[in-house]
Design a protein around this ligand. Structure first.
Ligand code: PLP
Length: 453
């Protein structure tokens, strides 16, 4: 029964991976976790500086959350969510309405980020069909966007590695060149933003608004694009533009919600309220699959009618409103409040940024260090002056990730962007360890392993 690695490779097809890579880097089988640390079956430990796919908020095996699970499991684990409900789901919905931006009064539960995006797209379209805006069949998305990998969600993504092959199957989406503050065409920086990059969005809505149901964006940070951070001015303008042209704004807070950007929700930076807000990942502290779509009473009321009118929104997932996940989310939010997590993160976020900038200054391979809240990203470039990237086949980020693993750091890169998105419980010593090992790994790679490819 033992040989876990051998049996993993025999039976499992892992996500987001070329399985052939596993020949030289075997799966790391994790036995337990504590705080920011993961422990494998061989006794090695790794600092999880990416919060296990950006989802863990309060550390692995958090005692309070573990207790909440134990309490809930003796009550009810799961119950059908049509016609039936459960206490944690009701408490959580009420809590979410109280902490999200004004006007988001209804909560629709689901169980993963991609399905939340599907729901928001379908609800927007369906709402428009029900008020006879039958031309509104299109969605607008930004270049480099990531919103998940089911076919609808993939249609509004713009990352070749995920999209390319499926293009014949995808919805016809209007793609707009989005903000790109590191390589801004207009010579702006994030802090000094003229928002000229918004003109493309404006033109698109002016010309096509009659056909557009919704615009979808990742607020403040395009995560999978390499933690591309942009100005809140863009979001403010987008909210106004959508209002002007009767187009919904879908804000995908799946990765950025629950404090990641330094505010509870990323759209708080721009003080806007969307028509749909998708939440997942941090909502359940990295413990259980869960997502929600929040929307307005106006949209909800458009579906509220006698059954015979056939206006119901019939989208359903078996695990919607799962009582265990909701109990976890409630405890997660309770800890946020009682332990003043967002406020305490300010010091940690600034420390990570400061130490990274200091260490990065003399490293000629680093094009930019960018940071917001509890995210700091390091973009490795071929040439600092021109900001030229290495070819994707060089896999510089991946090779640095492999070196860092040997030194006890889980530093999974996006292309050549290395980034820190640690659980919020990370300590000062752990922050120093994380940054030291990251730079040691970068230096070691360029000194000993680097070949021009
Ligand atoms: C912004 C954003 N939207 C959607 C998703 C998809 O979520 P899931 O992987 O749970 O389907 C992700 C996942 O990383 C994401 O970052």
């Amino acid at each position: 029964m033992k040989d876990y690695v051998k049996r993993d490779l025999e039976y499992i097809w892992h996500p987001c991976a070329q399985m052939k890579d596993y020949e030289e880097l075997n799966p790391i089988v994790i036995e337990r976790g504590e705080g920011v640390w993961l422990y494998d079956i061989h006794g090695n430990k790794y600092l999880d500086c990416i919060s296990s796919w950006w989802t863990n908020t309060l550390g692995h095996s958090n005692k309070r959350i573990n207790k909440a699970i134990k309490n809930q499991i003796d009550e009810i684990e799961h119950v059908i969510f049509a016609n039936f409900s459960n206490k944690p789901a009701i408490d959580l919905a009420e809590k979410l309405v109280s902490i999200t931006p004004e006007g988001l009064n209804k909560v629709f539960y689901s169980d993963n980020g991609s399905s939340a995006v599907e729901i928001a797209l379908k609800m927007s379209f369906h709402y428009n069909m029900q008020r006879n805006k039958t031309k509104k069949k299109k969605f607008v998305a930004l270049s480099d966007a990531y919103h998940g990998e089911t076919l609808g969600a993939l249609s509004v993504c713009d990352i070749d590695a995920f999209n390319m092959i499926y293009k014949p199957l995808l919805l016809d989406t209007l793609r707009i060149d989005g903000p790109d503050c590191y390589r801004c065409k207009y010579g702006c920086t994030r802090d000094k933003c003229s928002a000229r990059c918004f003109e493309a969005m404006e033109k698109c809505l002016v010309e096509n608004h009659e056909e557009i149901s919704a615009v979808i964006v990742e607020p403040m940070v395009q995560g999978a694009a390499g933690m591309k951070i942009y100005s809140p001015i863009y979001l403010k303008k987008l909210r106004n533009l959508c209002d002007k042209y009767d187009v919904h704004l879908i804000v995908d807070e799946i990765a950025m919600g629950f404090g990641r950007t330094g505010e509870m929700f990323a759209c708080n930076h721009a003080d806007i309220s969307p028509d749909f807000m998708c939440l997942s990942k941090g909502i359940s502290a990295g413990y259980m699959p869960m997502s929600v779509v929040m929307t307005t009473n106006e949209i909800y009321n458009c579906f509220y009618a006698d059954y015979s009118e056939r206006k119901s929104f019939l989208h359903s997932h078996t695990y919607a409103g799962n009582a265990m996940a909701c109990a976890i989310a409630l405890e997660n939010l309770k800890i946020f409040e009682e332990e003043n997590i967002i406020e305490n993160n300010k010091f940690k976020g600034r420390l990570i940024e400061k130490l990274t900038i200091e260490r990065g200054k003399n490293c000629s391979h680093i094009g930019e260090v960018r940071s917001i809240g509890m995210i700091t990203a390091i973009e490795i470039v071929k040439d600092r002056g021109t900001k030229e990237r290495y070819s994707w086949q060089s896999r510089v980020g991946y090779k640095i990730y492999k070196i860092a693993l040997k030194k006890g750091l889980l530093l999974r890169a996006i292309g050549d962007v290395l980034y820190f998105i640690p659980p919020y419980v990370i300590s000062k010593d752990e922050i120093e360890f994380m940054i030291d090992i990251c730079f040691e790994s970068i230096e070691e790679y360029f000194k000993y392993n680097f070949k021009i490819e």
